[in-house]
Design a protein around this ligand. Structure first.
Ligand code: TXA
Ligand code: MG
Length: 317
């Protein structure tokens, strides 16, 4: 039985599991989260595998206080005002990511921004402090299911995919956090949630539009985040390398090549490939190659999300 009452001992064991790269489901005041060490790319890849999501949506990083948030993201004036007013609480801030941050690229799906939240739930905060790590956590449901507000919901969805489910009863708010993008000159709401837009407006003293509200900024549901796209053209399904191309390989049977090669997973492990995807793409994109030849990735398990992202990277953002 992985579901356990969130006693001090259970929290300590959950913290140890997180530090060892395992997944832990934990309560927050909004919904239960599916947590992983945000600095461990393979653990973060396991979150996507457990959710069965066919694409890499960026995840929210949970930290115990503003000081910990300031270590991974840059706080401008709007961000400081919102954090002071709503943290700890049901507000997620999308901020510029600190370049020196050790957060895995996969957490923000290759973007230069990072979503951060300080939760108000005592168990979540104790877990974060016991772990001593930033925890990446989407809602703890399988893809396509609703967000879980009880540990039993989590158990029904993810039972054999997590090391432990910390049970602290039903969540008090029951609705996800409001996500606000403060990376630009004026703040934008990316996802409506428990903090009302009027409250944001009161704190900032200016309008806070909903992303996609303007006709020239259409928002597709579930695709609120802009995605990372390399400038170097990608050639997918490549079985040979053309002159001038860099190679993004997968598996042991690598074609002959003259230029730079990075391998997503020499052993053909999709979890490892997902963990390496954005860092490898970014590295190869910086070489000034004429193109990036990408070897075929099997369309199974995490391969589906990897292929989705590669396909979208071949199109303009
Ligand atoms: O209440 C909540 O927010 C819960 C608890 C566990 O904290 N978490 C949650 O996470 O709902 P998730 O992964 O289900 O939703 C995260 C939202 C998504 O809409 C995602 O696109 C957005 O945050 N997001 C995360 N990082 C982003 C980024 N760098 N830029 C834009 N949007 C981002
Ligand atoms: Mg969710």
């Amino acid at each position: 039985m992985v579901r356990e009452a969130a006693t001090g001992q259970a929290i300590e064991r959950a913290a140890a599991a997180l530090r060892a790269g395992q997944l832990v489901a934990f309560p927050t005041e909004t919904v239960y989260g599916l947590g992983a060490d945000a600095t461990n790319p393979v653990a973060v890849a396991a979150v996507f595998a457990a959710k069965g999501r066919p694409r890499f949506n960026p995840l929210i990083v949970h930290v115990p206080d503003v000081a910990a948030a300031a270590e991974i993201a840059e706080f401008g004036e709007h961000a400081q005002q919102l954090a002071a007013a709503f943290w700890p609480g049901a507000l997620t801030l999308v901020l510029p990511r600190r370049p020196e941050s050790r957060i895995a690229e996969l957490v923000s799906a290759g973007l230069r921004s990072i979503a951060v939240r300080v939760p108000a739930h005592a168990v979540a905060v104790r877990l974060l402090r016991a772990t001593g790590l930033p925890i990446a956590a989407p809602s703890a449901n399988r893809s396509g299911h609703v967000s879980p507000t009880t540990a039993a919901h989590v158990e029904a969805d993810l039972n054999n995919r997590v090391a432990i489910i910390l049970d602290a009863g039903p969540t008090s708010l029951g609705l996800e956090s409001t996500v606000v993008d403060v990376t630009g000159a004026s703040p934008l709401v990316l996802r409506l949630g428990r903090v009302e837009r009027a409250a944001l407006v009161r704190v900032l003293g200016q309008p806070v539009p909903l992303s996609g509200g303007e006709p020239n900024r259409p928002a597709a549901p579930g695709m609120l985040a802009r995605h990372y796209a390399p400038r170097t053209p990608l050639r997918l399904g490549a079985r040979e390398v053309h002159r001038g191309e860099a190679l993004l390989a997968f598996g042991a049977a690598v074609p002959r090549h003259e230029g730079v090669m990075l391998n997503l997973s020499p052993s053909g492990d999709l979890l490892e490939a997902a963990a390496n995807l954005f860092a490898h793409l970014r590295h190869l994109d910086g070489l000034g190659a004429t193109g990036i030849a990408v070897m075929p990735i099997p369309e199974e398990g995490l391969g589906e999300a990897i292929n989705d992202r590669l396909l979208r990277a071949t199109r303009p953002a």
